[in-house]
Design a protein around this ligand. Structure first.
Ligand code: BGC
Length: 373
C-alpha cells in the first residue's frame, strides 16, 4: 500500500516536472524594433498562465549572442524553445536542441535550411506585402493614372537575413508590377522585379532592420536617383523604417507639407500617431498578443504528446496549398521541404480604421487615450 502511494506520488512529480513546471526558453531577436519586447512579455505571460516556467532573452540582432542564450536555455534543461531568430546561423544550436529532444517552434521568422524543428507560427507575410501594395495603389489612384503623368515610387525592404523581408517585398511588388509595366508607376532607384532578383533586392534591403540605415539610404536617394523627381510613394517594410524615411524626407524642402505616401507594419504607437497626424500613410496590424497565445497553445500540445495532425491552434490556419509557400524552407542540397506552418491574419490600418488595434487592446491605456483623443 505504502509503496503504491509512493509510486503514485513519484509519477505525479515526474508528470509535473515534465509538463507543468517545464521551462520554455523564449529567444527573441532584438529590442530595437519595439514589437519584440511585447512579444517576449506576451509569450512569458501565456506560458506562465499555463503552468510553465518561462524566461525571455533578447539577441540584440547578434546571432552569436542569441545562440549563447539558447544554449544556456538548453543547459538549464528547457523542454521547449520559442525562437525568433536573427539569421540562419541559429541552425547549429537548433540541431543541438533536436539532439536533446527539445521542442522548437520557429516564431514569426522561419529558420531556413534546417530540418531540426517541426513547427513554425507566423502571420501571412506575403499578405502583409499585398496590403502595403494595395494601399499604395489606392492612395495613388493607380487605376486612373496615365503614362503621360506617372507616379514615382522608391523601394525599401527589410533585412536580407530575414525570410519575412522577401515575402513582404514580393507581396507588395506583385500588386505594383502591372502598374509599373503599364508605365503609370515609375520606380526611382534600384528596381528588383521580385526578391529573386537578388542583386537589386540586396540594394534595397536594410541591414538587421536598422531604421538609421534606411534613413541614411533615403538621404542618399534624395540627392541622387530621386533628385530630379518628386516621389509620390515610398514602400517601407515596417514602422521604424517608415519613420526613418519620413524623417529624411522632412529635411528636404521639396517634401515639406507634402510627404510621399509611406507604408509601414507593426502598428507601433509612434507610427499610429504619425498616421493620425497625416504623415505615415498606413501600417499593418499584426496582433502579436494573439500570435504569442497561439504559439504557447501549440507548444503546450506538442509537449503533451498531441500528434501533429491532431493539433488545434485557435486563430491560426495550418498552411496548405498555395499558402504552403509562405512556410517553405530550402534544404542546403537545394530541394524544397515544408515545416508545419500556422498562419495568422494581418490587418491593414489607415487613418480610417485607426481604432482597430486600439480596440484589440494593443496599447497601454495612456497610449490608447492619445490615439483616440
Ligand atoms: C517581423 C516584423 C518586424 C521585423 C523587424 C520581421 O521579421 O515580422 O514584424 O518589423 O522583423 O523586427
Amino acid at each position: 500500500m505504502k509503496k503504491s502511494i509512493l509510486l503514485v506520488m513519484l509519477i505525479l512529480a515526474v508528470a509535473s516536472i515534465s509538463f507543468g513546471q517545464a521551462l520554455i526558453g523564449l529567444a527573441m531577436p532584438e529590442t530595437h524594433v519595439q514589437r519584440w519586447v511585447k512579444d517576449g512579455a506576451s509569450l512569458k505571460a501565456e506560458a506562465e498562465k499555463r503552468g510553465y516556467k518561462a524566461e525571455v532573452q533578447f539577441g540584440n540582432a547578434d546571432q552569436a549572442q542569441q545562440n549563447q542564450q539558447i544554449q544556456s536555455f538548453l543547459t538549464t534543461g528547457a523542454k521547449a524553445l520559442i525562437v525568433g531568430n536573427i539569421n540562419d546561423g541559429v541552425r547549429s544550436v537548433i540541431a543541438t536542441a533536436k539532439k536533446d529532444k527539445v521542442v522548437v517552434l520557429a516564431y514569426d521568422r522561419i529558420i531556413q535550411n534546417s530540418k531540426d524543428y517541426d513547427y513554425f507560427i507566423t502571420f501571412n507575410n506575403y499578405k502583409v506585402g499585398t496590403l502595403q501594395g494595395q494601399s499604395l495603389a489606392k492612395a495613388l489612384n493607380l487605376d486612373a493614372a496615365t503614362a503621360a503623368a506617372p507616379k514615382y515610387i522608391t523601394l525599401f525592404a527589410g533585412s536580407i537575413t530575414d525570410a519575412n523581408a522577401f515575402f513582404f517585398f514580393d507581396g507588395a511588388i506583385d500588386v505594383l508590377t502591372p502598374y509599373i509595366n503599364k508605365g503609370v508607376l515609375k520606380v526611382v532607384g534600384p528596381y528588383p522585379k521580385s526578391s529573386k532578383d537578388t542583386a537589386n533586392f540586396a540594394r534595397i534591403t536594410t541591414e538587421n532592420w536598422f531604421a538609421s540605415i534606411a534613413k541614411a539610404r533615403m538621404e542618399g536617394l534624395l540627392v541622387n536617383d530621386a533628385a530630379g523627381v518628386t516621389l509620390d510613394a515610398i514602400l517601407a517594410p515596417n514602422d521604424p523604417i517608415a519613420r526613418g524615411v519620413i524623417e529624411a524626407c522632412k529635411a528636404d524642402a521639396k517634401y515639406r507639407g507634402k510627404l510621399p505616401f509611406v507604408t509601414g507594419q507593426d502598428a507601433e504607437f509612434a507610427s499610429v500617431m504619425s498616421i493620425k497626424n497625416g504623415e505615415q500613410y498606413m501600417t499593418v496590424f499584426k496582433d502579436t498578443a494573439k500570435l504569442a497565445e497561439a504559439a504557447v497553445i501549440l507548444i503546450d500540445q506538442v509537449l503533451k504528446g498531441v500528434k501533429a495532425n491532431a493539433i488545434v491552434v485557435p486563430g491560426a490556419v495550418l498552411a496548405s496549398g498555395a499558402l504552403k509557400e509562405i512556410g517553405n524552407t530550402l534544404v542546403s542540397s537545394g530541394g524544397k521541404f515544408y515545416v508545419n506552418t500556422y498562419l495568422l491574419d494581418p490587418i491593414l490600418i489607415t487613418k480610417d480604421n485607426i481604432r482597430v488595434p486600439v480596440d484589440a487592446g494593443f496599447y497601454t491605456a495612456a497610449e490608447a487615450a492619445q490615439i483616440t483623443r
